[in-house]
Structure formats: structure tokens, C-alpha cells
Ligand binder design. Structure first.
Ligand code: PAF
Length: 271
């Protein structure tokens, strides 16, 4: 595994390859990332993983500071996985140039997380657009846990006629049902139990509301979630995952999207 901190050296190296399968991350690697990497390795192209905690996608300084970082452990794990390239850029390497393409931000960026984290998706698209210009990957692997992010990146790629293909990867869950996330490492044992109970509660709820539309009473559900230990609920909404239209009749295909806090840790998921 070759490690790069500078885009010019990286570009020189990848010019020699037949193409790149790219797994962008902010480090704090977990089973979800590992699954993305394993799928990337199946493409037979060289796999490049990036680790960059992008300050522009955090709407609160405190959240940026407390975001889990463990680069040493990440490097060890990536070596074991035998990826080809690891790119750990500095801020200047990413933001010290003017990208050729302008970011396209679909209007869906104003919904769900976009409503509660001002500037978050602008920050995500900004960094992803820059990574794409530096790396020009053939494939980009993204997890469905961050479905809104995945959708918005796809829309940007479509609109700007970028040649990279997004590979949508299923959400990987811990044994207790919680979606793997770097943020889980900020939870204590009791908080993990709460997150797990909330997952099972919402999964059962989805099954029930598929049969009986009238059971989707948001305020009552939010109250139940608070009783289960959620500190604050940002949103709980149903959307069709293809069209991202709000669902009126819940017997149609939909996902339940939610974001909530346990103390200071914000968790998102969709089931
Ligand atoms: O999902 C993430 O880890 C980040 O949002 C991404 C795609 C690496 C951009 O910083």
C-alpha cells in the first residue's frame, strides 16, 4: 500500500494504472467502510481510499473537533486489506485549487439533514467534486446509510456529465441492529443499547405501517423515541428512495429516514 499526502505525486502514480476504484472516507474505519473496500477490490482496478475529515461539511466546530479520528489504526487496517493507494491530503492539497466544474446541488439538499445541518451538503459536494477532479475515478463506492448524500452526489455527477460511476452499497449493521458509523465510537454501553432499541422499534413500526397507513403518527412516534432515550429528534420522514418523493400511501415502496441525538451524538439511518 502506497501512502500519498500530495495530489501531484498521487496523480503521477495513478496515470500509470488502468483506472481507479475510489472509496472516500473520513477515517474512523468500521465494518461499513471495510465492506465498501472489499466491493471496490472486486473491480480489478486499483483501489484508492482517502482519509480526510472535511471541515467544510461540519456545521458546528464542536462536532468537527469531536469527530472520531484514529489514523494509525486505520492505516494498519488498510494495509491488512491490501488496498493499493491511501490518500491522506492536507487542507491545502484539497482546497488550494479552483475546480473546473461547479458543484450542482439538487433541491433535495434542503430536506432531511439539509434542514438541520446548514451548509453540510454544500461541504460534502465541494470536497467530493475536488476529489473527483484530482483522482478521476472510474468507480466511487458509497454506502446507503448516508442515502441523501449518495443521491446528491449522483445528481451532481449526472448534471455535470462526470464519467465516474457511483456504486451504491448496502448498509452494514452491527449485531445489535445499529448501522455502522464512525460516530458509534462516541457512544457508551448504555447509549448503544438505546440506539439498538430505537432501531428495532422503528423497524417494527415500518412493518406495521406498511400494513396500516394510519399508524404513522409522527408526534406519537417521536414521543416514544424520547421515552426510549433519544435526547432530540431532528426528523422522521418517509420517502420513496428512487424519486425522493414523499410517500402518501405507505403501502408503496418507501424508506423511513431518521436522525436523532443521544446526548451530543447525532445518528442517522434509513430502513
Ligand atoms: O461519507 C463520508 O464519510 C463523507 O461525507 C465523504 C463522502 C467522505 C465526504 O467527505
Amino acid at each position: 500500500m502506497k501512502i500519498f499526502k500530495d495530489k501531484h505525486t498521487l496523480q503521477k502514480e495513478i496515470l500509470k494504472t488502468k483506472g481507479i476504484s475510489f472509496v472516500p472516507t473520513m477515517g474512523g474505519l468500521h465494518e461499513g467502510h471495510i465492506s465498501l473496500i472489499k466491493q471496490s477490490k472486486k473491480t480489478k482496478l486499483k483501489t484508492l481510499v482517502s482519509i480526510f475529515v472535511n471541515p467544510k461539511q461540519f456545521n458546528k466546530k464542536s462536532d468537527f473537533k469531536s469527530y472520531p479520528r484514529n489514523t494509525k489504526k486505520d492505516i494498519k487496517q488498510l494495509k491488512k486489506l491490501k488496498i493499493n493507494y491511501l490518500y491522506i491530503p492536507t487542507f491545502k492539497d484539497i482546497y488550494g485549487f479552483k475546480p473546473k466544474k461547479k458543484v450542482f446541488l439538487d433541491k433535495f439538499s434542503k430536506k432531511l439533514c439539509g434542514k438541520f445541518r446548514k451548509g453540510h451538503f454544500e461541504g460534502v459536494l465541494n470536497v467530493v467534486n475536488r476529489f473527483i477532479e484530482i483522482i478521476k475515478p472510474r468507480y466511487i463506492f458509497l454506502g446507503k446509510k448516508d442515502y441523501q448524500q449518495l443521491y446528491l452526489i449522483k445528481k451532481h455527477i449526472e448534471k455535470r456529465k462526470i464519467k465516474s460511476k457511483i456504486v451504491e452499497c448496502k448498509t452494514i449493521r452491527e449485531n445489535n441492529g445499529i448501522a455502522c458509523s464512525s460516530r458509534n465510537s462516541n457512544l457508551n454501553k448504555n447509549q448503544i443499547k438505546i440506539a439498538s432499541n430505537i432501531f428495532y422499534y422503528l423497524r417494527n413500526l415500518k412493518k406495521k405501517i406498511k400494513k396500516n397507513n394510519n399508524l404513522f403518527k409522527v408526534n406519537k412516534i417521536k414521543e416514544d423515541l424520547r421515552n426510549l432515550g433519544a435526547t432530540k429528534i431532528d426528523y422522521l420522514e418517509n420517502y420513496n428512495t428512487k424519486s425522493f418523493k414523499k410517500i402518501k400511501k405507505l403501502n408503496k415502496k418507501f424508506n423511513l429516514f431518521f436522525a436523532y441525538y443521544i446526548k451530543n451524538t447525532r445518528l442517522i439511518d434509513n430502513i
